[in-house]
Write a protein that binds this ligand. Structure first.
Ligand code: 3PG
Length: 208
């Protein structure tokens, strides 16, 4: 049975996409984002420290809603669940991952980049999808173009969302949230610049 994560988002519309390389950064980074109004996090499985970071945040940061991103296969999905992730996100969906998803009721935001992928996911019961990489696919033009033919699909565009275009994306009727790395990019995380990340998070939280 497929399940959308949107009820978990509780109205939060901006999702920082995170790469955490040092497990010691997990707690201060997540706390900083939650404290500045962004409780929904997408921690990507793009680092060796990701699963440890997910476990730490899920067990120690009150109010954090822990999503796990960059899930490419069933094994990663299982590890993400086991680590305490509350929902999963993928950049796209292979046939093998789709088979795992339809047998799973873990909330999941699957990625799509074409009408055919959107329809495949829709047939599987996913009406909430990640549009990725949104800017490369045409950004607002793509969202407007698909709003007619697939009017019942709602998107979280990610990939190329920045402070100067975030509000426009959020204003699209077929957008329920946006995601991106601009709030806590890797260079600021490596520098442990929680002040700057907190400032960016507070600004992003105002968008919603
Ligand atoms: C993702 O995994 O969703 C993307 O890396 C986010 O893209 P961005 O770096 O352009 O925000």
């Amino acid at each position: 049975m497929t399940k959308s994560p949107t009820s978990l988002l509780a109205g939060n519309k901006v999702i920082p996409v995170l790469v955490i390389e040092d497990p010691a950064d997990a707690l201060p980074l997540a706390q900083c984002l939650v404290d500045n109004g962004l409780p929904v996090l997408e921690i990507t499985l793009r680092s060796d420290a990701a699963l440890a970071a997910i476990e730490t945040i899920a067990s120690k940061v009150d109010g954090a809603i822990v999503g796990v991103g960059s899930i490419l296969n069933g094994a990663q999905l299982q590890s993400a669940k086991d680590a305490g992730g509350q929902f999963g996100v993928s950049p796209g969906v292979s046939n093998a991952l789709l088979d795992v998803l339809v047998d799973n009721d873990w909330p999941f935001l699957p990625g799509a980049g074409t009408l055919s992928e959107m329809l495949t996911l829709r047939d599987a019961g996913y009406f909430d999808q990640k549009l990725f990489p949104a800017a490369v696919l045409g950004g607002l033009s793509m969202l407007k173009a698909v709003a007619g033919p697939v009017a019942d699909i709602s998107f979280c565009p990610t990939g190329g969302i920045k402070p100067d275009n975030a509000a426009e994306f959020l204003a699209q009727p077929n957008v329920f949230a946006i995601g991106g790395t601009w709030i806590a990019p890797l260079d600021l995380v490596r520098a442990r610049d929680w002040a700057e990340i907190g400032k960016r998070a507070a600004e992003a939280a105002k968008l919603a």
